[in-house]
Design a protein. Structure first.
Length: 168
């Protein structure tokens, strides 16, 4: 059985993952609205991944005999600024989520909950990838600045994003 404290923290994390999905979906709509269809597609894929993250935590709780309690999800902003600002806000958000995952891991260590540690290790790796891939986009955008042709090319590249292949 999972401890009450860890169960509560994982329920809280389900909320953050679903909020992430909600936020990326709002970003997707914002990008679609200004005709950045590649960005919109990328954000849409990101939203789907976040739902999968929430389900990983959800299934883990059920497997461990912990009660799932869904929390209220905040309304995300509707507008995110320039394309660069959108990506910067994504990165900022992922860093926040990484800190939450790290805190969960610390708690699992403290409680000697090895099953939770193994489950969370997947998320630690995932967060490294998420931050790196978004940071790469941010760096590319900073490099090309106001170059519209480069933004067009990036939009095309982001539009080619397929589903994640590393899911077990
Ligand atoms: Fe996530
Ligand atoms: Fe994420």
């Amino acid at each position: 059985m999972i401890s009450n404290e860890l169960r509560e923290a994982i329920n809280e994390q389900i909320k953050y993952e679903l909020y992430s999905a909600y936020m990326y979906l709002a970003m997707s709509a914002d990008c679609a609205d200004r005709n950045l269809l590649g960005f919109a597609h990328w954000m849409n894929m990101q939203a789907r991944e976040e739902v999968e993250h929430a389900m990983r935590f959800y299934n883990f709780l059920l497997e461990r005999g912990g009660r799932v309690e869904l929390h209220e999800i905040e309304k995300p902003p509707a507008e995110y600024g320039s394309p660069l600002e959108i990506m910067q806000k994504s990165l900022e958000h992922e860093r926040f989520v990484t800190a939450r995952i790290n805190a969960l891991y610390d708690q699992a260590l403290q409680e000697n909950d090895r099953a939770a540690q193994v489950m969370l290790q997947w998320f630690i790796t995932e967060q490294v990838e998420e931050e790196a891939s978004i940071d790469e986009i941010v760096q590319r955008m900073k490099m090309f600045g106001a170059d519209g042709a480069a933004l067009f090319m990036l939009d095309r590249d982001l539009g080619a994003r397929g589903p994640e292949e590393d899911e077990e």
